[in-house]
Write a protein that binds this ligand. Structure first.
Ligand SMILES: [Zn+2]
Length: 510
């Protein structure tokens, strides 16, 4: 549960849900109960239920008849009419709420299935503590520090593994759904161009035979952006043909070519585009250092994205602002994703060209050169800006503005500041988890697991994709890197390819 208190949730529950919701009280320290809640939330598309971990505050706020001891022993569901269902009857009551389980719910209420169900429920309820030894190890409802101190690591793993296997069908289904979504977005954006704000902002989607594997497998699209005469991040050599086609068709006016940072999928065509358009190249001093000469990429990345050529002079070094055709952009240093990152901000239009400084609110398998503590500080600074349109470097636009038309999979109807504050909240929570873990000298694998408690929907929803990425990148991009990104001691910045977005629903960290 989030920062909202449980009592508050219980009290406001009815206002937020129409019709009023069923309140489900579960043992927030039991991995089996948590796993069942994951299933319930998957079934409950219409928010007919509210799941509340048992606490004195939540119980008293809901119904004075609820007693802590009873609730800890078996499932309690309070219907909108105030009826209390317990144990197996609570299970069948919930099952009757959803089309796919309705029949089971009805049958489960009849003789002799009702009697058999009650026996089975009783068996699981009394044995769940022996099945799941660690009370709260992977659980966010308990205080993680206390739990970590008390729980033995073997108990932690038995609990974490149990939670994983109960959710395995959900994990696999989420992986398949994610893949289908990526294919659909890829097809819709293939060599497409988006003209926005009366032509002031154009997003070119870049493709290439091998680069296409990245949006298909990981969901990051490749783009080049032209904003008010400024071309930003014109792709890699392997996307050059795609970009050339776009330029032939769209004939945009380009007066400057800028890179937000020295990652290969952003900087491979700087000189090429400059020569083609006659527009000079502008980069930050730090980016120029990385590009002269550009380090030799690991072979996988060189093969898929393409080794960028070194930056050739002449080029200009970015100052605090850069003129555009009709105004001026502020240049803001935003280290974190990598050390040399800058973003471009138009205060007139309230538009931020964020490059890779914002890549969705939740991500789990970062580059090896990410420094999450620096990223946190950069995001905190960006939060002070007035932003209505946020353009990411990998094809997503966050905005509520009506003059930006819908484009499913690309335009995300969310206030950019809300998206950024979600990311900040997530990074702060991770920092707390990781710092506590290192202080207690836990193994990195345990700290990593504690950053992905199964009670968070994103943990299991992105699990299949994250582990595929770990496998395919030979561990280069992984959840383990996320832990490392918080404890960098020596910064050895090295440009890398991309990060991976966690898509889908999210639950707020506690
Ligand atoms: Zn990058």
């Amino acid at each position: 549960m989030g920062s909202q208190s449980l009592a508050e949730i219980a009290a406001t529950a009815d206002k937020e849900h129409t019709p009023p919701a069923y309140r489900v009280f579960y043992d927030g320290q039991c991995e089996i109960c948590q796993a069942c809640v994951s299933w319930l939330k998957t079934l409950d598309h219409e928010n007919k239920t509210i799941c509340l971990p048992i606490s004195a505050a939540a119980l008293s706020a809901c119904d004075s008849r609820l007693r802590m001891d009873d609730c800890l022993q078996q499932l309690h569901v309070v219907s909108p009419e105030g009826e209390i269902h317990t144990g197996w009857d609570a299970v069948t009551c919930l099952a009757r709420l959803f089309p796919s389980t309705r029949l089971l719910g009805i049958l489960g209420g009849w003789f002799p299935l009702r009697q058999a169900g009650r026996l089975f429920y009783q068996f699981v309820a009394t044995n769940r503590y022996s099945l799941s030894k660690c009370r709260g190890g992977a659980c966010q409802a308990a205080k993680p520090e206390t739990v970590r101190r008390q729980a033995k690591l073997s108990a932690f793993w038995s609990c974490y593994t149990l939670g994983f296997f109960i959710r395995l069908p959900l994990v696999l289904w989420a992986g398949i759904k994610g893949a289908a979504q990526r294919v659909s977005i890829f097809a819709r954006t293939y060599n497409k161009r988006l003209d926005l704000l009366n032509g002031k902002l154009t997003v070119f989607f870049l493709n290439g035979t091998l680069p296409n594997t990245v949006p298909l497998l990981f969901g990051e699209l490749f783009t080049a952006v032209v904003y008010d005469g400024v071309a930003v991040d014109p792709g890699s050599p392997k996307m050059r043909r795609s970009l050339a086609g776009h330029l032939r068709r769209a004939k945009p006016r380009i007066a400057k070519v800028i890179a937000t940072h020295a990652h290969e999928e952003h900087v491979g065509n700087l000189n090429w585009l400059s020569e083609l358009s006659g527009a000079p190249v502008w980069v930050s001093e730090r980016t120029a250092q990385f590009l002269t000469p550009f380090k030799k990429l690991p072979w996988v990345r060189a093969t898929i994205i393409g080794q960028p050529p070194d930056l050739k002079p002449p080029y200009h070094v970015l100052g605090e602002t850069v003129d555009t055709e009709s105004g001026c952009l502020q240049v803001l240093a935003t280290p974190g994703h990598c050390d040399d990152h800058i973003v471009l901000y138009d205060p007139q239009e309230k538009l931020l060209l964020a490059g890779d400084a914002f890549m969705g609110s939740y991500f789990a398998t970062p580059n090896p050169d990410v420094d999450s503590l620096k990223w946190l500080a950069s995001l905190e600074r960006l939060m002070k800006l007035d932003i209505e349109i946020l353009v990411e470097g990998h094809g997503h636009i966050h905005t509520l503005r009506a003059d930006i038309p819908d484009f499913p999979g690309v335009v995300i109807r969310q206030n950019p500041k809300v998206a950024m504050s979600q990311k900040l909240e997530y990074l702060r929570w991770l920092r707390q988890q990781i710092e506590a873990g290192f202080q207690e000298q836990l193994p990195v694998r345990v700290i990593e697991a504690s950053c992905f408690p199964w009670s968070r929907r994103t943990s299991w929803e992105s699990c299949a994709t994250d582990e595929c990425i770990r496998l395919l990148s030979l561990g280069h991009f992984s959840r383990t890197e996320l832990v490392r990104s918080f404890v960098r001691t020596s910064s050895e910045p090295f440009p890398t390819v991309y990060e991976v977005r966690i898509s889908g629903g999210e639950e707020r960290p506690s």
